[in-house]
Design a protein around this ligand. Structure first.
Ligand code: MG
Ligand code: MG
Length: 265
């Protein structure tokens, strides 16, 4: 069932999503060769709790294994999504996708950004740029009167025309009091199909794009998703609300990109 949100509810969603943007910016200050994703997780958890929120991902149930053990997902290089923070240091030339969720005042924030660790290869940089642009292309198609399939169609078209793969197994979602609500928002689709979009609809749009094959495999931890061919994957995510017919972006990359300066994607 799709729950359309009131203006007051959208403002609460915006606050929770602003905190996600601030948390990712705090992490951006610390992403460099030698730092471990577990260190980043600690920073994120303290930052979120110090701001009166809770990390939505921590303890998130998994029907096939243990609940998610950390406050952020950290997916390095070939890892696509849901990577578990660990004690391996990041290396020069790596990319790390960080997905962060907060719960504050009864509403969820959800946003993700793929960061470069030092200098990365030009073809990997292109993957990141195309994935981020695909997110905004999806958002431009998030308008009253279009259908959910229009979002995925636009994202798929753009990424495949750049010879990148579009992951099918994991998708965006409605968001509100719960992190995952209806409808599902695939990054692929048919124009003019799927649920009709209306004012008050709140969605997390999150292209997960691969450098090579779009096929993915699940690691034995039952969380980490990686590319089958071990090539890189990127992930950018915004939470948006349809207001006055158009998408209003509730999460933000502004704080992250202030920290990154000319290293922003
Ligand atoms: Mg997310
Ligand atoms: Mg999400």
């Amino acid at each position: 069932m799709i729950f359309l949100k009131t203006e007051d509810e959208i403002e609460l969603l915006r606050q929770s999503n602003r905190l996600v943007g601030l948390t990712l910016a705090e992490l951006a200050k610390n992403i460099k060769p030698g730092v471990t994703t577990r260190q980043l997780d600690k920073i994120a958890e303290s930052f979120i709790r110090d701001h009166g929120a809770t990390p939505t991902f921590k303890g998130f149930p998994n029907p096939y294994g243990d609940p998610f053990p950390a406050s952020i997902c950290t997916s390095v290089n070939e890892q696509v999504v849901h990577g578990i923070p660990n004690d391996l240091p990041l290396n020069e030339g790596d990319i790390v996708s960080i997905d962060c969720g907060t719960f504050m005042n009864g509403f969820c924030g959800d946003s993700a950004y793929t960061f470069c660790v030092g200098e990365v290869a030009p073809e990997v940089l292109k993957l990141l740029r195309v994935t981020k642009e695909a997110l905004y292309i999806g958002i431009r198609n998030t308008v009253q009167g279009k259908r959910i399939g229009d979002i995925g169609f636009a994202i798929q078209q753009y990424c495949e025309s750049n010879s990148f793969g579009v992951v099918r197994e994991f998708v965006g979602h409605g968001i509100g009091k719960n992190m995952h609500e209806d409808p599902q928002v695939p990054n692929f689709g048919k124009r003019g199909y799927g649920p009709l979009m209306k004012n008050g609809l709140c969605l997390a749009i999150e292209p997960m794009i691969t450098q090579g094959t779009r096929q993915v495999v699940m690691e034995n931890d039952e969380w980490t998703v990686r590319t089958q061919d071990h090539k890189c994957a990127a992930h950018f995510e915004h939470t948006v609300a349809i207001r006055n017919g158009k998408a209003d972006i509730l999460s933000t990359f502004e704080y992250i990109e202030e920290v990154l300066g000319n290293r922003a994607i």
